[in-house]
Design a protein around this ligand. Structure first.
Ligand SMILES: C[S@@+](CC[C@H](N)C(=O)[O-])C[C@H]1O[C@@H](n2cnc3c(N)ncnc32)[C@H](O)[C@@H]1O
Length: 284
């Protein structure tokens, strides 16, 4: 949307001026090393407006002042700013592709190191653990489940399935090649059920920002779904480079169904395509 004078107009309630936005980007990067300016500008401004409203502030300048004073923590800001929508057995076609194109390589491996990025509330972690279990790999896997946002990551430690999400979850589980009732893995009656804790024994939880290289470990499989879509396309090669630094040679990278990196020319030497339809790549 075009800037109008010094202001970027989105609605009649709250305007964010271009200079206010620049100052906020700089502040947030220098204070928290958070690359807010790499995020897709339209959705990022929408989220900023929602954050300001939810925190009962009047402007972006107010938000900056509250962060500076410490009356709002950076993590509180992140919990408002980030989009945490998720679902068990989301994108079943891509899960099936993972089973067919990736897991067989590790059938005889001693260990499988997996980094799950943007775990959100844990539905994707539950999905991954079930898939590994059904493919005889869970006991040999070491999973690092991560998110930039500490509050969702805390919830991911106890993945929950709402009864209202059950029927779609079951349908997607079957589409992904599952062969029993999904509630076999979830315990508890009533409106929600929790993932059987024994499936989480191989999981460690770490905060991780996809914009930085922070972890010492190198992984055989990096899963980063529905995170890149929030970033500007031009910045995505930085993110993929960061991911690549966390990958062993010949490791796999599974992205979301809408997150092709094929047009990122600079990456052509780093990755080979495994499936075009489901955005699975392999590090050369
Ligand atoms: C839309 S959710 C996707 C959840 C899950 N991967 C899925 O596909 O269902 C995006 C997640 O990415 C996280 N996220 C946003 N920015 C991030 C960043 N810079 N580094 C790591 N995670 C980030 C958010 O906190 C959120 O939990």
């Amino acid at each position: 949307m075009p800037a109008q004078g010094n202001y970027i107009k989105r609605n009649n309630l709250l305007q964010i001026s271009a200079s206010e936005l620049d100052a906020f980007h700089e502040f947030i990067e220098s204070e928290y090393q958070f690359k807010l300016k790499w995020y897709n500008s339209a959705s990022s401004e929408r989220r900023l407006r929602k954050t300001i409203k939810n925190l009962q502030l009047n402007s972006l300048t107010d938000l900056q002042a509250s962060l500076q004073k410490g009356s709002i923590s950076f993590q509180r800001f992140l919990s408002e700013f980030t989009v945490n929508v998720t679902q068990v057995f989301r994108e079943p076609g891509s899960l099936k592709a993972l089973k067919t194109n990736v897991l067989p390589f590790y059938r005889k491996a001693k260990e499988l190191d997996i980094l799950l990025i943007g775990s959100s509330y844990g539905a994707e972690l539950a999905t991954l653990c079930i898939i590994l279990k059904e493919n005889g790999l869970l006991e040999r896997s070491k999973i690092v489940a991560s998110d930039i946002c500490e509050s969702v990551l805390k919830e991911a430690q106890r993945p929950v399935l709402q009864k209202t999400d059950f029927s779609e979850g079951q349908q997607n589980y079957l589409l992904a090649g599952g062969y029993r009732e999904l509630d076999y893995y979830f315990l508890g009656a009533g409106s929600q059920a929790y993932l059987d804790e024994s499936l989480l024994e191989k999981v460690e939880f770490k905060t991780f920002d996809v914009c930085h290289t922070q972890l010492e470990e190198r992984f055989d499989l990096v899963i980063c779904k529905n995170v890149l879509i929030y970033f500007q396309y031009d910045e995505q090669h930085h993110l993929i480079n960061n991911l690549s630094r966390h990958m062993k040679d010949n490791a796999f990278l599974a992205l979301g169904e809408k997150e092709s990196i094929l047009r990122l020319q600079k990456l052509n030497d780093t990755f080979s395509l495994v499936t075009r339809e489901y955005n699975i790549y392999r590090k050369n």
